[in-house]
Design a protein around this ligand. Structure first.
Ligand SMILES: Cc1cc2nc3c(=O)[nH]c(=O)nc-3n(C[C@H](O)[C@H](O)[C@H](O)COP(=O)(O)OP(=O)(O)OC[C@H]3O[C@@H](n4cnc5c(N)ncnc54)[C@H](O)[C@@H]3O)c2cc1C
Length: 425
């Protein structure tokens, strides 16, 4: 056996970074490959989309995370296929990397359920580019509305349609309601706060499907109190540039946000193993794919069952725990020891709805309101981010809370699509 095993990790998201962090300073060579140069804290993307935070507040260069770790190499590149037999990954620039162990953590992408043309009218919220595109649409719409004297002409620019009432859709609709009802509107002389309409459109019968019923109901009533029109049992028929078509109505707006579903990274298709209907790879008790004991899949890309036989949710803690688990497994295996199978420790679920409004279910203890919001904020800023700038982000957060002000309201695209300057914040 080689002295230093070659571990290749694909994806510098929550799963990949947690595995690499737990393996640094070990007797292994680690190569971390990502198609982007940064680790992104996705749970706060909606804060960038609604101009509360800057992109730099929620993203950090992967290279910077491992700057002091001599055994971690960072590669910028898109992995396009996996050769299981020769234990090799292929990258889009025609290079390849051999591995002894492969940890696949490529996450998920938005799922438009076969309607790919909807994508350009209704961006999802998965990348910094998505968040900036949403932010730009919102800001440009407000500028357009402010130019018009007739309220009827302004209406479409002051209408927002968020599709999908899972945690992302709920957070997004709540954040827009805050902007619309309070924050930014003060700066637009021609717009009345009451003119704004926010629709949260959901095909299922409740918001936050999968959460305890009382918390779903609470989230719905909080949203309605904030002025969001929650349309349940309302599958979208079509999305066009000028609006959203539902079964019995048409919502005219250029402000459409897609939060209705995800599917696993298409890279898993090259593994030639069983995938579930969301494209996730079925893995075994050690998170390896069935016919290979040193190729592992984790995070949003993996189908791992909980004790009740249900797939684990696509959440950051799942990916984090799986990354750490694999680091332990590899270390033990290298020293000839056995490892027990992966067990997820569920520490609870939360969703934020707006300023001082959130719902939480922590090990069966359900609560909502300011306490849940405070807990959500603290966990997201202090425990999950792990960025050096977390104190600045926290200070900005509190500033927004106290003053109702949104900070980052720059439109950086020229009307022809070019950038006004090189600053992306
Ligand atoms: C808007 C939003 C809000 C969310 N809010 C919450 C929340 O409040 N709480 C919570 O727990 N979870 C939340 N989540 C879910 C959470 O972010 C994911 O579960 C988590 O990011 C999954 O981690 P991962 O490592 O599997 O994938 P990711 O974190 O998505 O990382 C995947 C990485 O792989 C890279 N990659 C993909 N394909 C390739 C390839 N072919 N080659 C090279 N690199 C590749 C990507 O660039 C990316 O860096 C949210 C997600 C979104 C989108």
């Amino acid at each position: 056996m080689k002295n230093r095993p070659e571990i290749v990790i694909v994806g510098g998201g929550f799963g990949g970074i947690s595995a690499a962090k737990a393996l640094r300073k070990t007797n292994c060579n680690i190569t971390l490959v990502d198609k982007r140069n940064h680790h992104l804290f996705q749970p706060l993307l909606y804060q960038v989309a609604t101009a509360a935070l800057s992109p730099g507040d929620i993203a950090v260069p992967i290279r910077a995370i491992f700057g002091d770790d001599k055994n971690v190499r960072t590669v910028l590149g898109e992995v396009v296929s996996i050769d299981k037999t020769n234990k090799r990954i292929h990258i889009s620039d025609d290079s390849s990397i051999d591995f002894d162990y492969l940890i696949l953590a490529p996450g998920a992408i938005y799922n438009y359920f076969g309607n790919e043309r909807w994508k350009s009218h209704a961006p999802g919220l998965k990348t910094l580019k998505n968040a900036l595109s949403v932010r730009e649409r919102i800001l440009i719409s407000l500028e357009e509305a402010d130019k018009l004297d007739d309220p009827q002409d302004r209406k479409k620019y002051l209408t927002y349609a968020v599709i999908g009432a899972g945690p992302t859709g709920v957070e997004m609709a709540g954040a827009i309601a805050e902007i619309a009802k309070r924050n930014m509107m003060r700066d637009f002389r021609n717009i009345e706060i009451e003119e704004t309409e926010i629709f949260l459109i959901e095909a299922a019968e409740n918001v936050l499907n999968g959460y305890p019923e009382d918390l779903s109901n609470k989230a719905k009533s909080d949203l309605e109190e904030m002025g969001v029109k929650v349309l349940l049992n309302n599958p979208v028929k079509s999305i066009r540039e000028d609006g959203v078509e539902l079964e019995n109505s048409f919502i005219e707006t250029p402000n459409i946000i897609w939060a209705a579903g995800v599917k696993a990274s298409p890279l898993l298709g090259s593994l030639d193993c069983n995938l579930d209907k969301m494209g996730r790879a079925f893995v075994e008790e050690y998170l390896n794919i069935p016919d290979h004991d040193s190729i592992f899949v984790i995070g949003d890309a993996a189908h791992v069952k909980d004790e009740d036989g249900q797939p684990l949710p696509a959440l950051a803690p799942v990916a984090l725990q799986q990354g750490k688990y694999l680091a332990k497994l590899i270390k033990k295996r290298e020293s000839g020891k056995k490892t027990s199978s992966f067990k997820y420790v569920d520490k609870g679920t939360m969703a934020t709805i707006g300023r001082a409004k959130a719902v939480a279910d922590i090990r069966g203890l359900k609560f909502s309101g300011f306490l849940a919001w405070m807990l959500w904020s603290v966990i997201h800023i202090f425990f999950l981010i792990g960025f050096r700038n977390r104190f600045r982000v926290f200070a900005e957060w509190m500033w927004h809370y106290l003053t109702f002000k949104r900070g980052v309201r720059l439109i950086t695209n020229e009307p022809d699509g070019s950038q006004t300057d090189s600053d992306d914040s």
